[in-house]
Write a protein that binds this ligand. Structure first.
Ligand SMILES: Nc1ncnc2c1ncn2[C@@H]1O[C@H](COP(=O)(O)OP(=O)(O)OP(=O)(O)O)[C@@H](O)[C@H]1O
Length: 661
């Protein structure tokens, strides 16, 4: 076992670019490579060439003759971060904050156990040069460890869905005689990896100072969302990922409805690069509206990415983002969302301005009138049934089907206007006369469609596992007695590597520091100027407004692919396509047809290829709804709003959402 290993175990040959102890590395941030070994009692030992470059880690297993017998790759896009640590005996010390790397983030993330606001300012640097030098060396083992955390795509079986699985690549450095020298070498790899990871970050996620590297994340958590376990979900499944990625964050737990609106409309947000909702679509709705109640919205929105960790009952946005980027969702939705939050990528997202009679608001998901809104709101009374309440109430509503009388005017998207004009046209649509254009800003703001990529490639089964390798000192090869530290990863064993300092804010100090004017103006909406006439004014008549009028079962306007995790309502929607998908069902549809429509919503096969007498799918830029009845339910992003006329216009790409790598 040791014969072949001994040939290449001198410090000079074992590390192709080893830095002499104490010397500065002039090539920091460039590729690194080295020779490592594994040793297993049953399988024997193996020599690996390990290389880290812009694509990730490449591990090549060499035969005793020096040829490559196997190669595996851990993609840089699957890697979230790394840690340098001491050997196992000193691990407790390391985990208590004495990690010995030299490039840690002084603002390490908070770990929330309870309380309202957990801020990590003043957290001691866990990886400073001083801390490294002050650490007592382990008398028995001079090794240093580098743990690389990755979440690779895997398939359990041919039939099962892709999912992400945590993998830890463990590199053990022991080419030098002293722990300090080995740690310096491990740290060189660590810094190289951090450099590779940070170079792919979009600008808004990068801190202005080099020692911080990542800007802070603002987390707003609704403890009441969904089944009420958002706090636990965050602690168990999100904090570990943020820690592994060394993403600093500040956590605020919402205290009441509208907390997020008040917070985001009044606070200085300069410290944060993104806002993450840990909750449902209702909390995200508050975040969007809070930001658009700021006078400086035009400055803030482009520099603040929005994210969501799905803990609500609907979770339409989280599902839509995952769907648009072919990211697996069902097996581990929270993990996928947490990885999205640390990805350092964002995409523009459309927001829709909704004008009601008494106020205006912003929406990112949907506007509904009729059947689906009825079911959504009325089934609240049987909430005890959980998700089944929707099925039960849908059946009830089918039996007792209601129809609503009204008029829906709409402006098709530019693309649709040309195709519609050449087509036969819709039976009931009428062109209005003598009007003016009212959507000039829509084209102006419209940005390019996001780049979608497929995540169909995934690491082969045998590689998506715990990988533990080590360098060795020259005199003898020691078996990797403590390289199995990472074995716990398969059982999703997470630990924190950072110290945290918690601060709680008392209720009364929540908005301390606000000026009186800021408080007074809290409900004022800003955002781009509307291009539509006032709601009580007639629509212009010669600029392409079309009309549908009569009895409807429902109207639902949607701008994300999914309304909920299993409601694939607008399959063609994209995050930033400047399009509202207006779906109309007219009275007269048969119950079996309606049942089929509702049943097929989960697979996204409910919409007809072409318009039929009862169901229409209209890609529009703006619309106006004028109910002729004086009763009914209207929802915006799943929340009930005042009943009556409304109009909506899309504001293409004015928000940014975090998206998977
Ligand atoms: N601390 C709180 N106590 C009570 N209500 C809150 C609190 N924080 C936020 N809310 C309100 O709870 C509403 C719903 O929250 P959220 O969207 O997070 O969960 P959900 O309704 O279960 O999920 P979904 O919207 O996806 O169906 C929000 O509109 C918000 O106004």
């Amino acid at each position: 076992m040791s014969e072949s290993l001994d040939k290449t175990t001198s410090p000079s040959s074992a590390s192709s670019r080893a830095t002499p102890p104490g010397a500065e590395d002039p090539d920091e941030g460039h590729d690194v490579s080295d020779t490592f070994y594994t040793s297993q009692r049953k399988k024997g030992s193996h020599v690996f060439r390990v290389r880290l470059d812009a694509t990730g880690f490449t591990l090549q297993r060499e035969s005793p003759g020096g040829s490559i017998v196997k190669e595996q790759h851990v993609r840089i896009s699957d890697i979230v971060g790394a840690r340098c640590m001491r050997p196992k005996k000193s691990r407790r010390l390391a985990m208590s904050g004495a990690c010995a790397c030299s490039s840690g983030n002084p603002n390490s993330p908070a770990i929330s156990a309870s309380g309202d606001h957990h801020r990590t300012a003043n957290t001691p640097s866990k990886c400073s040069t001083n801390s490294r030098e002050n650490l007592p060396s382990d008398a028995g083992d001079a090794s240093a460890f580098l743990y690389v955390f990755a979440y690779v795509l895997k398939k359990r079986s041919l039939r099962s869905e892709l999912h992400r699985e945590r993998t830890v690549l463990t590199l053990r450095f022991r080419s030098f005689d002293t722990f300090e020298d080995n740690m310096r070498e491990a740290d060189r790899w660590y810094r190289s990896l951090r450099w590779q990871l940070h170079r792919t970050l979009e600008e808004i996620f990068v801190a202005p100072t080099a020692d911080e590297r990542r800007r802070r994340v603002l987390v707003l958590l609704n403890p009441k969302s969904g089944s009420g376990d958002a706090r636990e979900v965050f602690n168990m499944h999100v904090t570990p990922v943020l820690n592994e990625a060394e993403v600093p964050y500040d956590l605020y737990v919402t205290k009441h409805s509208n907390f997020a609106i008040e917070f985001l409309s009044t606070r200085c947000l300069d410290a944060w690069c993104c806002v993450v909702a840990v909750g449902g679509d209702g909390l995200f709705h508050e975040i969007v509206n809070g930001l658009l109640q700021r006078q400086d919205w035009a400055h803030v929105l482009p520099h603040l990415a929005l994210g969501i960790i799905p803990c609500g009952s609907g979770n339409g946005l989280a599902r839509s983002i995952a769907h648009c980027y072919n990211e697996p969702y069902f097996s581990k939705p929270v993990l996928g969302a947490a990885l999205t939050v640390i990805s350092g990528r964002s995409s523009p997202m459309d927001v829709v301005r909704v004008q009601l009679q008494s106020r205006s608001l912003y929406s990112f998901l949907s506007i509904g009138w009729g059947l689906i809104s009825d079911v959504d709101i009325e089934s609240e009374r049987i909430r005890l049934l959980g998700y089944q309440r929707f099925t039960v109430w849908t059946l009830y509503r089918l039996v007792n089907l209601r129809t609503y009388n009204g008029r829906i005017s709409y402006l098709l998207t530019d693309h649709q206007v040309s195709s519609t004009q050449s087509a036969t046209g819709y039976a009931a649509q009428r062109r209005m006369q003598n009007s003016r254009s009212c959507n000039t800003h829509i084209d102006r703001l419209n940005g390019p469609a996001p780049n979608y990529h497929s995540s169909a490639e995934y690491l082969p089964q045998e590689f998506a596992d715990v990988i533990s390798l080590e360098t060795s000192i020259n005199q003898s090869f020691r078996s990797r007695c403590d390289s199995w530290l990472s074995g716990g990863s398969r059982r999703s064993f997470y630990y924190s590597i950072s110290e945290s300092i918690y601060h709680s804010l008392a209720d009364e100090s929540e908005f301390a520091g606000l000026s009186a004017a800021a408080l007074e103006n809290r409900q004022q909406n800003y955002g781009p100027a509307s291009e539509l006439p006032d709601l009580d004014e007639p629509l212009p008549e010669d600029q392409g407004w079309l009309v549908e009028e009569g009895e409807f079962v429902m109207m639902h306007a949607v701008y994300q692919t999914h309304l909920g995790i299993d409601c694939h309502f607008a399959p063609k929607a994209q995050l930033n396509d400047g399009t509202i998908y207006l779906i109309l069902i007219r009275a007269g549809i048969s119950r079996p047809q309606l049942l089929s429509f509702l049943y097929n919503m989960s697979s996204g096969t409910h919409l007809p290829e072409a318009h039929n007498d009862h169901v229409k799918v209209l890609p529009v830029r703006a619309f106006r709804l004028e109910p002729h009845d004086n009763h009914g339910i209207i929802t915006v992003d799943g929340e009930r709003v005042e009943f009556g006329p409304l109009q909506a216009e899309v504001l293409p790409g004015i928000a940014r959402v975090m998206v998977p790598k």
